[in-house]
Design a protein around this ligand. Structure first.
Ligand SMILES: Nc1ncnc2c1ncn2[C@@H]1O[C@H](COP(=O)(O)OP(=O)(O)OP(=O)(O)O)[C@@H](O)[C@H]1O
Ligand SMILES: [Mg+2]
Length: 218
């Protein structure tokens, strides 16, 4: 899978990115850092096809992302929001995962149902499977969102602050999952302020500076 950005400019009230050219190595684990408000979440939204009014091009497998349907994008990459509530219209983790699987697969097999339970178990959220999201803590919602990612290891993962608000035990489980991804050649873009703790995880580090995204050795 390839993900390229060509001469991209975008901002809401003020310009956040100006004439950006970048290719993400989608088989590597990439860290993106930047100040609060520098545009990290906006960059995730752009890559996921959620922002439309930009100039330049975002190319997913050499096709303009603006010409793809949400489902076509979701076949190749998935995005865990910084505040993951609202990834789908689901009321509970069980509904959330079945909506994900239902959107991406035609018939839900027994194997897929088992995978769903395993993902919830891995994130230690199985006992909350029928709990409404609005009764959960922020960390619990995040764990349910991460469980959904686990169902699709072969897609490119975009994770906006996946470690924040998680108990250290779950942080370690997530780190193991990401290291396994790295060893299997599956990539991810990760937004995190905690680079030093996880130094060995990241193949590439980018930072947002002066409306550009720069590689850390640059
Ligand atoms: N929907 C929106 N409408 C208007 N301005 C927005 C919108 N979303 C974000 N912004 C502005 O764009 C800028 C970048 O926001 P963004 O959420 O991408 O930052 P961030 O780097 O993810 O910050 P943080 O580290 O706090 O998560 C901010 O100044 C923010 O106020
Ligand atoms: Mg953000």
């Amino acid at each position: 899978m390839s993900l390229k950005i060509v001469d991209l400019s975008f901002g809401y009230d003020e310009l956040l990115f100006s004439n950006l050219d970048l290719e993400l190595e989608t088989n590597k684990i990439t860290l993106l850092q930047g100040d609060n408000g520098s545009g990290k979440t906006t960059f995730c939204r752009l890559l996921s096809g959620l922002e439309k009014n930009y100039s330049g091009q975002i190319l997913l497998d050499n096709i303009k992302i603006s010409e793809l349907k949400a489902k076509q994008i979701a076949e190749k990459l998935i995005y865990l929001k910084q505040e993951p509530i609202g990834n789908t219209v689901a009321a509970t983790p069980e509904e959330d995962l079945s909506i994900w699987q239902g959107i991406l697969e035609k018939n839900l097999s027994m194997k897929q149902q088992n995978e769903r339970m395993q993902a919830l178990e891995k994130m230690q959220i199985k006992e909350l499977i029928h709990s409404p999201f609005w009764e959960m803590s922020g960390g619990q919602v995040k764990r349910a969102g991460l469980a959904a990612m686990l169902l699709y290891p072969q897609k490119y993962w975009i994770l906006d602050e996946p470690f924040s608000g998680l108990h250290p035990e779950i942080v370690n489980i997530l780190l193991e999952i990401l290291l396994e991804r790295k060893n299997n050649g599956f990539g991810a873009l990760i937004i995190s302020h905690k680079q030093n703790i996880f130094d060995s995880l990241f193949d590439i580090t980018f930072r947002i500076e002066d409306r550009r995204i720069l590689k850390n050795e640059d």
